[in-house]
Design a protein around this ligand. Sequence first.
Ligand code: TXA
Ligand code: MG
Length: 330
Amino acid sequence: MFRTTDTEIAATALAAGHLAALPTETVYGLGARADLPRAVARVFAAKGRPADHPLIVHVADATALDRWADLVPLSARALAEAFWPGPLTVVVRRAAGVSDAVTGGQSTVAVRVPAHPIVRAVLARLGELVGDAAVGVAAPSANRFGRVSPTTADHVAAEFAGVLSGEDVLLDGGPSPVGVESTIVDLTGPAPIILRPGGIDRAAIEEVTGRRCAGVSAVRAPGTLASHYAPQARVRLVEPGRLNDAVDAAVAELELSDRARVGVLALVGEVTPTGVVRLSEPVDAGDYARVLYAALREADALGLACVLAVAPPADGIGAAVVDRLRRAAH
Ligand code: TXA
Ligand code: MG
């Protein structure tokens, strides 16, 4: 995989049907042209992802929605207007001709306009190169299946060392500013359904669509498997103020010889018990989201047996952090 900071190189590789790992504001994605099923198939192979798990199509702007979606609902237009470019993915009925390789054979397609200026530059340039401004890049998070999403180019390089070819590109755009994946909202039914919480919260979606979100989803969103986003270390959720007890319990239960095999992740102000590794001290929920995946990777790099996490308050992006911590702890 060829590492670069040059958007032209990434756009050229994508145009030619190679893969490009791209920085977005949420996490890094592993992209392929969505109109080239063979390129999309290579994304699945590289990730080790089951073929029936659909991918998100990333486009340059909201006008491209009509190319990928059929009968775009008004709620999708309103959300696009309010939050694109940004960390929101809409699931809508797919247009004729959208490949099964992208949608996993479903009748719907997931679309998002990312906000990161580097991926936006790549999408715009790719549109020029292929002569189609509505061109889409199908990109899941750039991690092997079931693992923690990458928020830096180093994370991506560690995931795919030896797996991708020299013609595939890793575009380094620095750390991802949001740090957790986009909110996915299914707009194919009478009420919006949040399939995955992320940077745009439920209250914002309800305000813009004027509809209450429905609770449970019948739609399949395999990234929402309970056991996703897990590091090797065990993750446990701990109530605020209970870290000391939790460390003692973990040391006893896992029969650890040393408290230094325990990592702690909690907002600043939560006191670090003696002898454990403080992985991070985020100042608020947004900061927590930014550091979360790097902290989980750090725990594995340090060979920790267990991570004790005190979640932030579950409003705004805190809801997405709580969701990922629960999955990591599963
Ligand atoms: O922030 C993000 O969304 C990142 C960046 C790279 O854009 N992408 C990402 O992709 O998280 P991925 O593949 O790791 O997660 C996409 C999720 C999966 O859970 C998938 O099942 C769901 O989107 N999805 C995709 N198409 C869908 C569809 N048609 N219906 C329901 N869920 C869908
Ligand atoms: Mg993923």
